[in-house]
Write a protein that binds this ligand. Structure first.
Ligand code: ATP
Ligand code: MG
Length: 668
C-alpha cells in the first residue's frame, strides 16, 4: 500500500490536515472523526517525503496507542523499519528515556521509577519513621496525602491551597502534611527514585535548560501529539518548550473527551494552543467514521453540546439501537454479559472485536471469575487486576533491588513478604539494606527477628549472587528463586501465583535491557496485566476488559458497558461536586463512542456492598443518572427478570490512580 492509497480514502478536511505544511497545526474534532488516522497518515507522509524517522517524535497516552500508530504508518508508507526508528511512546516513557540519558546532568546516579503503589508504600514508611502513623495522629490516609501532592504538582498549586480548596477538613494538619511531603521528596532524591510526575518534571527541567534544551529541540523537527485534551500543565510546558515557534508541531484532540481533570488536565488546552501560536491552523473534522448513527444519537443525548459539535455518522445504515440490559445483581450481570459475549461470538463477532468497559477496575471481579469458569480468554487493561498484580510486583521488586540496592521501597516490599518480619522490622531492615546494599546482608539478618533469620538469609544470598552486570536470564532466574519461597510463605493460594510469576519472569528473561523493562512496568503496566491472563485454548482470540480511561482512542464492534449504576458510573466520589460529575459524563460519552456497531449497557438492580467482595451483602442499586428518560427512549430495553429498583447505593468505589511528587515550594 502506498501513502497515496491511504490518502485517497480521506475526506477533504482530513486531507487538509494531512497535507498541511510545517506551521503549527491543531486538529480539534469529535470522537471517531479520524484524528488519530490523520496523525498516522501525516507520519506516513513525512516518511514518504524522506524525513529521517529519528527526526519525528510521536506522543500518545498509552504504549498500545503508540505501537498501533507506528505499525499503521509502517503499512501506509511500506517501510516497517523506518517506522520503528521513530521516537514514539507515552509522555512518561519518552520522559524516562530522556531522563535516563541525562541522568548525570540531573545529578542522578541511577534512574529507578516507582509506580503509584510504591509511592503509597514510601509515604507510609516515612509516616512511621516520623511517628505520624498511629491512630492518635489525625492525619488523612496516605492515599489522600499522595493525592494532595499529586494535585499540587499537576496544577502547580501550593499544597496548602489544595488542602484549603479540596480537603478543608484536613486544614489543621496542613503543616504536618507539607512536612511529610518534604520528607518524601528528600527521600526519593536520596535513594535515586523517581515517581511518574518526577519524570515529567525532570523532562521539563531538561527542556528549560539552555544547553540540554537546545539539543533536545534540535533532535526532532516534527512533534505530533494525540489526545491533547488530556495533557496537564507539565506536558503543555514540555510540548511548547520543544517547539517554541510551533514549527513542525501537530496536536489533535477532543475537549468533549477530557477525562483527566482529576490529574490536573484542564479542558481548553487545544484552543489555548491556537492562541499561543499566532500562525496556528485550526482544522475541525465533522464526520464520524466509526459508529452507527443510533450509537451517536445516544452519545449526543448523553453529552448534548453545541449543534455544530454533535456527531454525525458517515455510515449509510442507522444500525441497531443500543440495548439497556437490566439484571438482577452483580452475579446475574456477570452471567448475562458472558452469555451475550458468546452469543455475539456465535453470530460472527470474534472476542477480539468485543470489549467490556468499566468505570473502575474492581467492577469486573464477578465477571472475571465467570469468564475463567467458562474458559473465555480475556486481557484486562487499566485498573489493577484484583486477582493478580501483587505477586508480580514482588518479582519486579526483586529485580529492582538487584539493579538499585538503594531502592528502599522495594526492599520493604520484599521484607514484608517474610511472615516472621513485622512492619516495623521491615522498615528498619529496608533502611539497612538501602544504605549499605547487599554487603550489609549479615547485619540485616542479625537485626531480624530470630524466627525470620533463616529465610531472610536465604533470600539475601540468592539476591546477592547476582548484580546489575549479570546476564538478564540468570539475574531473572535468581530473583525468581528468591521470590518463590516468599510467595509460598505469604499467600495461601501460592501455587497459582507462582505459575503467574513464571509468565512475567519469562517475559523479563527475554529482555536485553531489564532496567528499561522494569521501569516500563511502573510507567504503563499493560503487559503485566495481560500476558498471563491468557488462557491456553482459543488463545488467538481474546476479549478485552478495560477501564474506560484505558480504552481511550480505541474501538470495537461490540461494547459491553458494565455496571451503569449511580455510585459506579458516575462514581460515588464524583457525586459531591459538579466538576466531578461533568468529568464522569465525559467518561460515559467516551465509553459509548468506542463502539462501531453494538452497545449493550448493563444495569444490575442490586449490587454488593463492596465492589470486589464475593460474600458481600447485595443492596438495591439505582441506574446511572446518565440514563435519562430521553436517553432510554433511544434504547432497546431487555431484562433478565422482573426487578425492583431501590435507593441509591452509597459506598466507596476505588480511588483514582494517584500520582505524587513535590516541587519544594509547593510544600512550604
Ligand atoms: P477518538 O476521538 O475516539 O480517538 P479519532 O478521531 O481519533 O477518535 P480514528 O480512531 O482516527 O478517530 O478513526 C475512527 C475510525 O474511523 C477508525 O476505524 C478509522 O480507520 C476510521 N476512519 C477515519 N477516517 C476515515 C475515512 N476517511 N474513511 C473511512 N474510515 C475512516
Ligand atoms: Mg484517536
Amino acid at each position: 500500500m502506498a501513502v497515496s492509497d491511504a490518502l485517497a480514502g480521506l475526506d477533504p478536511a482530513q486531507l487538509e490536515a494531512v497535507e498541511h505544511g510545517d506551521g503549527p497545526l491543531v486538529v480539534a474534532a469529535g470522537a471517531g472523526t479520524g484524528k488519530t488516522r490523520v496523525l498516522t497518515a501525516r507520519v506516513a507522509r513525512l516518511l514518504e517525503a524522506g524525513v529521517p524517522p529519528e527526526r519525528i517524535l510521536l506522543l500518545t497516552f498509552t504504549r498500545r496507542a503508540a505501537s498501533a500508530m507506528l505499525s499503521r504508518a509502517a503499512v501506509m508508507c511500506g517501510d516497517a523499519q523506518a517506522a520503528q526508528r521513530i521516537a514514539g511512546g507515552t509522555f512518561h516513557a519518552v520522559a524516562h528515556r530522556i531522563v535516563a540519558e541525562h541522568a548525570q546532568h540531573l545529578g542522578l546516579a541511577d534512574v529507578t521509577v516507582i509506580d503509584p503503589d510504591d509511592v503509597i508504600d514510601l509515604i507510609d514508611l516515612l509516616r512511621a519513621e516520623h511517628g505520624l502513623d498511629g491512630t492518635e495522629v489525625r492525619l488523612p490516609t496516605t492515599r489522600t496525602i499522595a493525592d494532595i501532592a499529586s494535585r499540587a504538582i499537576n496544577t502547580a498549586t501550593p499544597a496548602r491551597a489544595v488542602i484549603e480548596e479540596q480537603f478543608p477538613w484536613a486544614l489543621e494538619q496542613a503543616d504536618a502534611i507539607a512536612g511529610l511531603l518534604r520528607h518524601y521528596r528528600a527521600r526519593k532524591r536520596e535513594r535515586g527514585l523517581l515517581d511518574l510526575d518526577d519524570l515529567l518534571i525532570a523532562w521539563r527541567a531538561l527542556v528549560a535548560d539552555p544547553d540540554v534544551g537546545a539539543r533536545l529541540r534540535a533532535r526532532w523537527d516534527w512533534v505530533l501529539v494525540d489526545e491533547y485534551q488530556d495533557v496537564n500543565q507539565l506536558q503543555v510546558d514540555i510540548v511548547r518548550g520543544l517547539s517554541p515557534d510551533g514549527r513542525g508541531l501537530t496536536v489533535v484532540g477532543d475537549d468533549a473527551q477530557a477525562i483527566y481533570a482529576f490529574r490536573g488536565a484542564s479542558a481548553g488546552h487545544l484552543l489555548e494552543l491556537v492562541e499561543a501560536y499566532p500562525d496556528a491552523t485550526l482544522v475541525r473534522l465533522e464526520r464520524n467514521f466509526r459508529s452507527t448513527q443510533q450509537i451517536l444519537d445516544l452519545a449526543n443525548q448523553v453529552r448534548p453540546g453545541e449543534l455544530r459539535l454533535r456527531l454525525v455518522a458517515d455510515r449509510p445504515q442507522p444500525g441497531a439501537r443500543p440495548t439497556l440490559v437490566t439484571c438482577r445483581n452483580a452475579d446475574d450481570e456477570a452471567r448475562t454479559i458472558a452469555d451475550r459475549i458468546l452469543a455475539a461470538h456465535v453470530d460472527g463477532t470474534p472476542l477480539r472485536s468485543q470489549a467490556v468497559l468499566m468505570r473502575t477496575g474492581s467492577h469486573s471481579a464477578q465477571l472475571e471469575v465467570e469468564l475463567k469458569v467458562r474458559g473465555i480468554p480475556f486481557h484486562k487493561f487499566g485498573g489493577i487486576g484484583y486477582l493478580e498484580t501483587s505477586h508480580v510486583r514482588d518479582l519486579l521488586a526483586s529485580f529492582r533491588v538487584v539493579l538499585n540496592a538503594a531502592d528502599e521501597v522495594s526492599w520493604y516490599r520484599l521484607l514484608t513478604r517474610h511472615r516472621a518480619i513485622g512492619k516495623a522490622s521491615a522498615r528498619a531492615l529496608a533502611g539497612i539494606l538501602a544504605d549499605g546494599g547487599i554487603d550489609r546482608a549479615a547485619d540485616a539478618v542479625a537485626a531480624a527477628p530470630a524466627k525470620g533469620r533463616t529465610l531472610l538469609a536465604s533470600t539475601l544470598s540468592l539476591l546477592g549472587a547476582v548484580d546489575s552486570t549479570t546476564v538478564v536470564p540468570e539475574l531473572v532466574e535468581a530473583c525468581r528463586g528468591a521470590v518463590d519461597p516468599l510467595l509460598r510463605a505469604y499467600y495461601p493460594d501460592w501455587q497459582r501465583r507462582v505459575t503467574e510469576v513464571d509468565g512475567i519472569a519469562q517475559a523479563a528473561a527475554r529482555q536485553s535491557d531489564l532496567r528499561t523493562f522494569v521501569s516500563e512496568q511502573a510507567i504503563d503496566p499493560v503487559n503485566v496485566a495481560g500476558d498471563w491472563a491468557k488462557q491456553p485454548h482459543l488463545d488467538e482470540d481474546w476479549l478485552t476488559l478495560s477501564t474506560i480511561h484505558s480504552a481511550k482512542g480505541l474501538e470495537w464492534d461490540t461494547v459491553h458497558l458494565l455496571r451503569a449504576n449511580d455510585g459506579a458510573m458516575p462514581s460515588d466520589m464524583a457525586l459531591t461536586s459538579s466538576v466531578g460529575l461533568a468529568e464522569e459524563e465525559r467518561l460515559f460519552y467516551v465509553a459509548l463512542t468506542r463502539a462501531r456497531d453494538v452497545v449493550d449497557v448493563y444495569v444490575p438492580a442490586q449490587l454488593p456492598t463492596h465492589p470486589s467482595a464475593f460474600m458481600a451483602k447485595h443492596v438495591a442499586a439505582k441506574p446511572s443518572r446518565f440514563l435519562t428518560e430521553p436517553a432510554r427512549a433511544l434504547m432497546e430495553s431487555v431484562s433478565t427478570a422482573a426487578v425492583t429498583s431501590g435507593p441509591a447505593i452509597t459506598r466507596a468505589v476505588g480511588a483514582p490512580r494517584v500520582r505524587t511528587d513535590a516541587f519544594d515550594e509547593l510544600f512550604a
